[in-house]
Each structure stands twice: as C-alpha cells, then as structure tokens.
Design a protein around this ligand. Structure first.
Ligand SMILES: Nc1ncnc2c1ncn2[C@@H]1O[C@H](COP(=O)(O)OP(=O)(O)O)[C@@H](O)[C@H]1O
Ligand SMILES: [Mg+2]
Length: 360
C-alpha cells in the first residue's frame, strides 16, 4: 500500500489556554519561572485549561481527542474555530492563521468550512427535521436552502422519511442524527465533534458511530472528534490523542496507543482493550532470518499465509485451521513468522520484546 501525500488541514502549534483575568501575567510567569498549575492558581487565580498542545490533522483523517471530564478537550477543540482565543500558540487551517482572521473571514470559516456537532444539539423545536437541517445553509446565506443538499444530508444520516417530523417526535439518537445532518448539509471540509454520541445509550451510540464512519469514508471530511470513551476513540479514530490535565500526553494510531502506551496513565487506560482488531502481524512476527536461526530451514509451503497488516483476529482464524506457524508475506516474499506462542502473547498484549525472547 502506498500512502498518498498527506495534506495538512488543521495545525495547532503550542496552544496554551489560561482562564482568568491575569492570564497574560500567568503565561509570562510560566515561561520565565516555570511555575506549576498549582502556583498559577494560587498566585494569579488562573486555571490552566490547555497546556502547550500541538497536533496536526490531515485531509480526510479522523483525529480523536480522548480524555476524562475536565481534561481540557472542549477548551482545545473550541480554538479551532476560534470560539476560544488562545493565551499562546497558533491555529492554522488550510494554511490560514485563524487568529489573524478578521470578523468577515472568521464568519465565512465557521459557516462554510467548518461544521460543528455537540453532545446536545439544541435543535430548533418549532422547525421540522428538514428545516433544522437546512439551517446551516441559511446561515451560509443561501437564500433558498438547496432542497437536494438537504435531502442528501438527511439521507446520509439514515433519516429519510422523517424530514417533516419535529424534534420532540424523535428519539435522542435521531436528534443527534439531525444535528449531524445539519453540520454536513453546508458541505464543510472540516467537522468538529465534541462528544456527539456521549449522551446516548450504548447500542444507539454504536449505530451512530457506524453511520458516522460510513459517512466519513464517503464524504472524506477532516474530523476532530472528542470523546471520553476509549473504545469509541479506537473504533472511530485514525489517530488518537490522549489528554490529561490539559496536556496531550500521547498521539498515535490506535495500535500504537494500545501497544506502546507512553506512560502509566495511558497504560492503565488501555489495559482492558482487546488487541484482536488492533494489533497487526507485523508487530508480533519474528523476522524470517531470526526464526530460521532458531529453528533451521523448514518447508513452509503448507503453512498458512497472512500479510503484515493483517490483524490478530485474522491470524487466529488461520491458526485454528492449522498446527503450523503462520508465514507472513509481503510482495510475494516471506518477511516473518508468527508462532502460535507469539500469537497468544499478542492477544494478551504482552510486549513484543518479551514475546520474541520467550519464543527463543
Ligand atoms: N470559562 C472558563 N473559565 C475557567 N475555567 C474554565 C473555563 N472553561 C473551562 N475551564 C476549566 O478548564 C478545564 C477543562 O475544561 P473542559 O475543556 O470543559 O474539559 P473537558 O471538555 O475535557 O471536560 C476544567 O478544569 C474547567 O473547569
Ligand atoms: Mg467537554
């Protein structure tokens, strides 16, 4: 698989947000004296909401920010469309500095290029589904809201046939679907989603995640998606940023986060997560030369074959049907071997070095 050139859509660089009247002085004191959050609270009566956060999101990517309540997720995401001004740092969207935009450009950015979905969408009660969805087009100044665009958005969230209903005739999950349709109707290139499914029951949440992922794949939106649910982040995210006390403590793919947690905090978070759909053969295989050094040259012709990017789940299926190890091939060449032992250790989440050692 060749990766297409990554096009950066959102870039946040060194974002600090300090709440309070003396935020400037507090920032200076942090810079010059390295004061802690506690010091900042005591000396300046300020709260550090976000601390030196940097990340970038590529075109079409779903970037999840995961953290407990109060960790600064909402504060951080609200910088992207400048609902919040940073105390320090910059936000660049498609090459433009958001904090240097004048009022007109900022309005256009929010109305045309960014769609936002919140936990509670506050639909307008006296408007039908159709009229609520059309609202994002009205805001954009399209005098006669485009009927085809509205219908397409309603269809994309699986609400076809519900367009003449009022919000109070809909379940919570359906209302969130309307909110999502409203956000995409104006066809923004960026979606900002702040815990959009968090208030829903688990089953409904899962359905909406499915709808969103399908929609995201079709529409190729660039999305920043906030959640306090690691399972949701892993299911939805191309990459995940783990946030703790205002700090982004780790950014990585779901596989990296789960298999290489940066610290004890992340490790504790990922401890209960199943590795089956995350970890790849590449991570648990022994290089061919190493395997042969240990076991001698062997006839592998009848061993099952997998690719480096195949997940543990697929390897388990192969292992069920054969007693031999699995050979891992890329471009027609054997690149590594997955033993049954390595597979079982991989499922347990035991670390790679340990797995290789034990296999010896
Ligand atoms: N306007 C504000 N004034 C003072 N403190 C705030 C303000 N907004 C948020 N905070 C504080 O910033 C921290 C992060 O809040 P928030 O971004 O809402 O977290 P999350 O979305 O992860 O639950 C919290 O300690 C919160 O109390
Ligand atoms: Mg929040």
């Amino acid at each position: 698989m060749t990766q297409p050139q990554r096009e950066e859509v959102i870039r946040c660089e060194g974002i600090w947000k300090i709440f309070g009247d003396k935020s400037r002085q507090a920032m200076d004191a942090i810079r010059s004296e390295g004061l802690s959050k506690k010091d900042i609270r005591e000396k300046f009566d300020c709260v550090v909401g976000v601390q030196d956060a940097s990340f970038s999101v590529g075109r079409g990517e779903i970037f999840c920010i995961m953290g407990l309540s109060g960790s600064g997720k909402s504060t951080l995401i609200r910088h992207i469309n400048r609902l919040i001004e940073p105390t320090a740092g910059s936000i660049i969207i498609e090459g433009q500095n958001v904090n240097a935009m004048n009022a007109r450009d900022l309005r256009a950015l929010r109305a045309e290029r960014i769609g936002m979905v919140f936990q509670s969408m506050a639909l307008m009660p006296h408007r039908t589904v159709r009229e609520n969805v059309g609202f994002s087009l009205e805001v954009r100044g399209v005098a006669e809201a485009n009927a085809a665009k509205i219908a397409a958005a309603i269809d994309a969230v699986d609400l076809t046939g519900w367009d003449k209903k009022y919000p109070d005739e809909l379940s919570g999950g359906m209302q969130q679907r309307v909110g999502l349709a409203r956000a995409i109707a104006a066809d923004p290139s960026i979606l900002l989603m702040d815990e959009p499914f968090s208030a829903l029951d688990p089953l409904i949440r899962k359905q909406l995640q499915g709808t969103f992922m399908q929609l995201s794949a079709e529409l190729h939106k660039t999305t920043v998606f906030i959640t306090h649910d690691l399972d949701e982040a892993i299911r939805i995210g191309d990459r995940i940023a783990i946030m703790k006390d205002g700090v982004l403590v780790q950014i990585g793919t779901p596989e990296q986060i789960v298999t290489e947690p940066a610290d004890d905090y992340v490790a504790e978070f990922v401890a209960g997560i199943s590795k089956l759909d995350l970890v790849t053969a590449a991570r648990i295989m022994q290089p061919l030369a190493q395997y042969q050094a240990q076991h001698g040259a062997q006839d592998m012709a009848h061993w099952p074959v997998a690719r480096p990017e195949d997940k543990l789940n697929a390897l388990v299926d192969l292992a069920v049907g054969a007693d031999s190890p699995i050979r891992i091939e890329a471009e027609g060449r054997v690149v590594g071997i997955v033993t049954r032992r390595a597979l079982l250790r991989g499922i347990q989440g035991r670390d790679e070095a340990m797995t290789a050692q034990e296999a010896a």
